[in-house]
Write a protein that binds this ligand. Structure first.
Ligand code: HAM
Length: 443
């Protein structure tokens, strides 16, 4: 047993997995740029009140899962690690006066989130989200555009079978009457409710609907549905969102029990879901409209909508789908860190010469590594091949005349090249190889 281990519910992303995340980050950056979203970075921790007020005090995320930082004696503020990025981004929108910019302000971020939940497959205490937010547009067209963007992300990542679940959860006009009806319904069945849910009944009955407690499934299945009680404006918005999705050929399924776990939502609520996976892992992402959040965090009334996609779950699902396909590549694609060339030496002690040649190659833009271990040439070349290098550059006596030997480890050929031409020659030969051009036999 090692003395220290990563904290429970967290993982080290080792290079193959980190590469898979980096690939998703690139896809997300490319996609959001095309849709006009600009990157934003907010702190990993905020004043606790940002989350309590934004997400809601009577939610799992705040009540049970918030990583609260122990207060320091010299500070009156209380801080918490972010469980999600929306509240922080909206705090930044208000703080930096972004309501004076052309609306909507379209922002995107990717990074770790923290929830002190019971760890299990696909549920971590530190996990990554790809998030987008369009603040300042009441919809309904942007609602559909955002759902389409999310779905396209999975498509571009190569993940098949992702479905969209859609609902409307009303607004302050129609929701209070619905919540009252829901509370009556649960009160009539109080004896069937687990203790925590009974306790929440008077404080936030809506949260009972998305309870993770299996004992709630049967009670929830027959609960009153918000979609039957939407006010006229919400109903019109909801049907316009559906019409826009249809116009974009985005398939979706109406799911009247979908209420999402955060209190800031109004009207449109959606989830990206992969059927067939275990429980919580099915939710690969989710989002919705939050027309009251900007005001709640001290700004002028401003509508907004966004989503968060759980990258850990996407990587897991990609791995599962890849292992279902014979001979599929891993989720990360090719190892971009494999060097084009490794500089080796006939004189094992001449590490400075090898380092100098490798440094000049790197300065010319090539991925090159110097073999710094003091060992026999044959072993150095073996290590270069194991590293996935295309060439071994062999530094020997010819260096005195300004030359080195270049061994093509893939073709098995070898030739003398002037150090002055080395970077150009390697770049040309490596490029030709990658584009399938047959190399000349060495002179
Ligand atoms: P959320 O549904 O709480 O929404 O989280 C979004 C996604 O993050 C989930 O669908 C899931 O894939 C992933 N996720 C959540 N918790 C965990 C966990 N413990 N381990 C692994 N993955 C997890 C939000 O966070 C909202 N901020 C989304 C949003 C943005 N709504 C509007 N704008």
């Amino acid at each position: 047993m090692p003395t220290f281990r990563a904290p429970r519910g967290t993982r080290d992303l080792l290079p193959p997995e980190r590469r898979a995340f980096a690939r998703l980050e690139r896809i997300a950056a490319d996609l959001t740029a095309r849709y006009g979203y600009r990157p934003i970075e907010t702190p990993l921790f905020e004043q606790t009140a940002v989350f309590e007020r934004g997400i809601g005090e009577v939610t799992d995320v705040v009540e049970k899962e918030l990583f609260r930082l122990a207060p320091r004696s010299d500070e009156s503020e209380s801080w918490a690690l972010r469980p999600e990025p929306t509240a922080g981004i909206v705090r930044a929108y208000v703080q930096h006066g972004m309501q004076t910019l052309p609306q909507p302000v379209k922002l995107t971020t990717i990074g770790p989130m923290f929830r002190y939940d019971r760890p299990q497959a696909g549920r971590f205490r530190q996990f990554w989200q790809f998030d987008v937010e369009a603040i300042g547009d009441p919809g309904p067209a942007v609602d559909a555009e955002i759902v389409e963007l999310g779905l396209r992300f999975y498509g571009d990542a190569g993940l098949g079978g992702v479905e969209v679940l859609l609902n409307s959860i009303g607004d302050p006009v129609c929701r209070p009457a619905y919540v009252a009806a829901l509370a009556d319904y649960y009160r009539d069945r109080a004896s069937l409710l687990p203790a925590l849910e009974r306790d929440r009944l008077d404080r936030n009955p809506l949260r009972l609907l998305d309870s993770k407690d299996p004992a709630m499934a049967a009670v929830n299945a027959a609960a009153p549905r918000i979609t039957e009680r939407l006010c006229e404006a919400c109903a019109a918005h909801f049907s316009a969102v559906q019409a826009h999705l249809a116009a974009l050929d985005v398939p979706f399924r109406l799911e009247p029990s979908l209420v999402r776990g955060l209190d800031y939502y109004t009207r449109t609520a959606f989830e990206f879901y992969l059927p067939g996976r275990e429980g919580q892992q099915q939710a690969l992402g989710g989002g919705g409209r939050y027309d009251g959040l900007v005001e709640l965090l001290g700004g002028k009334p401003t509508p907004g909508i966004g989503f968060g996609i759980g990258l850990d779950r996407v990587v897991l699902a990609l791995d599962e789908q890849a292992s279902d396909r014979a001979g599929a590549a891993d989720a990360g694609g090719a190892d971009a860190a494999a060097p084009v060339a490794v500089v080796v030496g006939a004189d094992p002690e001449a590490t400075a010469d090898r380092l100098r040649v490798a440094t000049s190659l790197r300065a010319a833009g090539l991925a090159a590594r110097a073999e710094l271990a003091v060992r026999k040439l044959g072993r150095q070349i073996e290590a270069a091949a194991r590293d996935g290098a295309h060439f071994a550059v062999i530094v020997g006596d010819e260096l005195a005349d300004g030359n080195v030997q270049v061994k093509d480890l893939q073709a098995g050929t070898q030739k003398v090249v002037a150090v002055a031409d080395l970077a150009r020659e390697l770049t040309r030969a490596h490029g030709a190889h990658r584009h399938g051009v047959r190399e000349q036999t060495p002179e």
